[in-house]
Design a protein around this ligand. Sequence first.
Ligand code: NAP
Length: 292
Amino acid sequence: MTAQLIDGTATAEQIRGEVTTEVKERVASGKIPPGLATVLVGDDPASHTYVRSKRKACAEAGIESFAFELPATSSQQEVEELVERLNADPRVNGILVQLPLPKGLDEERVLRAISIEKDVDGFHPMNIGRLAQKGRDPLFVPCTPSGVMYLIGSVLPSLEGANAVVLGRSNIVGMPVALLLVRANATVTICHSRSHDLPGITRQADVLVAAVGKPEMVRGDWVKPGAVVIDVGINRVEDASRPRGYRMVGDVSFDEVKEIAGYLTPVPGGVGPMTIAMLMSNTLRASRLSDH
Ligand code: NAP
């Protein structure tokens, strides 16, 4: 094995520890604890799991959690009214509307209703727009992309002039990661389902970020020797040898790529834990912003 593993679990624990310490200091100095409101609409099981772990992480960091669960039949107006109430509540510093919303609800309108000072998920069109513009800064950067950049930064202090390839162009991962890489002065190629000759493109990458949702798609011969490879994918594949009958794999063929890459994130234990750590960090940032 040539690749050094990038330990997202340890890095996330360190960030969450720092957040917990600052929260304690704020409370000791007489400030109210940071507050995060989570809004879950409908009964998607994966969304329930994600929101549960976000609420648990809040409790561990001393962040107050305000939990709202609305039925899948909720109207656009009901969801937006809840967001408006949370915008006006001084105990709530961050508002997280768990995506995807049930069919029939206009996601962009709901995200636009969130006050940008409380947009800890970073998906408000204004925060994303600022991310895309030179000389502007978003108030918050989306959590998974921010975790990806943190992990890259932990092994590659400068991206200046590096060739970066992002597989995937979703609103929540691929596109914001690409924008962040450009901001870090990398030369960025974005690939998607209509791209031709993916292996030919990815072999040029000094930094390769895979966010496609296709189990083990990136093979060993897709990777430039010594490259930094960040695997965002979380995919369930059948495995009769496991008690649960399945195992989790990334978008990168770990066994092949670990022989070629310089650095590689494992799945699980890579990008996954960073998402929640960055959410805690963004919520703390939102509470700092509310001081002024
Ligand atoms: P998504 O919305 O489904 O987007 C997938 C992207 O990959 C799209 O841009 C799509 O292209 C592209 N794509 C699909 N098949 C492809 C192929 N064969 N060749 C090249 N490109 C292809 O997924 P996502 O929400 O970005 O998530 C991606 C993965 O990351 C999933 O496994 C998800 O579970 C995981 N994830 C992990 C975290 C975390 O915390 N670690 C957070 C979010 C997501 P088109 O645009 O052309 O359709």
